[in-house]
Design a protein around this ligand. Structure first.
Ligand code: 0WD
Length: 257
């Protein structure tokens, strides 16, 4: 395995053990990286702490609150990280939210509030966090965000989240352009559907999984581990020439029309 010994990564968006963020955390841990976790709100704190504790040496992991809709929270969180560890080498942004009732039916029924909420949490948050995290990446860095094919083309029921992912993917490119001069790379992983808490909100998710199994080039669904290992690659020096990219980890499904 690839070694990230001596490097520190912030993992944002662990809700439970099925979270993609947790897959990334496990892969990073296997590579010898030091981990810092952030969680959205109090109801996640115990879960994240307990999960961190299951990793060898993870009982001592820094676990901090960071509601990405709140600039003060973001600043406080990264100020604490700076105090405790100083330099970080990367950040995994695995955060998204939209109202469940807007993840089914016609996209055009999206409300203004629902639209803004989805974009605030799922897209703007990357920009807000990148700006603050940049100052801790004194040795260069790598930022990885999570997206989905629904940002590139119409996927049934994905609706406002697809529009937010398009915005997120564009942000990845603009941030890559801004941060490249500081030795910081910014990329997205476009993952195939994985059964998580967030995925539960998307209408008819089971039939999406079935369609991948039947039609994707690799004829199977994407795993948390596959996404985690790709994230480790994007965090590592092996990907040092890659930035502003959207890497599909989806059994090849995106090549189908
Ligand atoms: O099929 C999937 N599961 C795919 C997910 C396919 C392709 C991409 N993704 C993306 C998601 O859109 C998201 O960006 O991967 C990322 C991680 O999603 P996940 O692992 O599928 O979902 P989950 O385990 O629910 O984690 C998302 C977390 C939240 O959990 P809840 O259930 O509370 O929404 O995002 C976090 C929170 O932990 N989150 C926030 N974090 C900070 N501040 C906030 C917030 N305001 N809101 C949500």
């Amino acid at each position: 395995t690839l070694s990230l010994k001596g490097k520190t990564y912030v993992v944002m968006g662990v809700a439970n053990k099925r979270s993609i963020a947790w897959g990334i955390a496990r892969s990073l841990h296997q590579s010898g990286a030091r981990l810092i976790f952030t969680y959205a709100g109090e109801r996640f704190e115990k879960g994240v702490r307990d999960l961190a504790g299951t990793l060898e040496g993870g009982e001592d992991s820094l676990v901090l609150p960071c509601d990405v809709t709140n600039d003060e929270d973001i600043e406080k969180c990264f100020a604490t990280i700076k105090e405790e560890v100083g330099t970080i080498h990367g950040l995994a942004h695995c955060i998204a939210f939209a109202n469940k009732e807007e993840l089914a039916g016609d996209y055009m029924n999206t409300t203004r509030d629902g639209f803004l909420l989805a974009h605030n949490i799922s897209s703007y948050s990357l920009t807000a966090v990148a700006k603050v995290a940049k100052d801790l990446m004194t040795e260069g860095g790598s930022i990885v965000s999570m997206t989905y094919l629904g940002g590139e083309r119409v996927m049934q029921n994905y609706n406002v989240m697809g529009v937010a992912k398009a915005s997120l993917e564009a942000s990845v490119k603009y941030l890559a352009s801004d941060l490249g001069k500081h030795g910081i790379r910014v990329n997205a992983i476009s993952a195939g559907p994985i059964r998580t808490l967030s995925a539960k909100g998307v209408g008819d998710f089971n039939s999406i999984l079935k369609e991948i199994e039947e039609r994707a080039p690799l004829r199977r669904n994407t795993t948390q581990e596959e996404v985690g290992d790709t994230a480790v690659f994007l965090f590592s020096d092996y990907s040092r020439g890659i930035t502003g990219e959207n890497l599909h980890v989806d059994s090849g499904y995106h090549v189908l029309g």
